[in-house]
Design a binder for this molecule. Sequence first.
Ligand SMILES: *[C@@H]1O[C@H](CO)[C@@H](O)[C@H](O)[C@H]1NC(C)=O
Length: 167
Amino acid sequence: MTRIVLLFVLFSLNYHSRADLIADTCKKSEFPDLCNSTLRSDPRSAKADAKGLALIMLEVALTKASTTFNQVKKLLSKTTEPVLKECLSLCAHLYESIIQEIPKAIQNVGSNNNEAIHQGDLAITDADTCEGIFNEEPNKRKSPFTANNIAVQHLVGIAEDILASLS
Ligand SMILES: *[C@@H]1O[C@H](CO)[C@@H](O)[C@H](O)[C@H]1NC(C)=O
């Protein structure tokens, strides 16, 4: 009887900690709501450990970055205005780097988390640079990719928070 109770307690504890890993992980991240909604909308999260959650987050970031890269190239192909063309061309180069940096981060998760974080930082800086070039005087204009640039930075940032907690 005692054994059965103990087993049950152990089982519930284990179940409880699994069920709450997403909540616990996201509570500690810089962007708890984005962390929660991103992980809850991926069916793989339910069975993932913390390292797995970091990988899912990086994969979502990579998808966002790839979509953005395509959108930038599409807009660039339709743009004739020289200043905008210049900005978009720079963003295209930056996103070309980002879609290489995030896979490098992914490759290093688990084996070299510091390197994964470093590659993540490069990607964040590139997305930030893409946003910043639209704000440069005297040709300051509204960035067409603000939401994307922010999403990429935040998704990678959350992945880095998870990775930092693993070390
Ligand atoms: C996390 O997301 C789920 C589903 O989207 C939602 O039901 C839940 O309230 C969220 N939790 C927090 C702590 O925001």
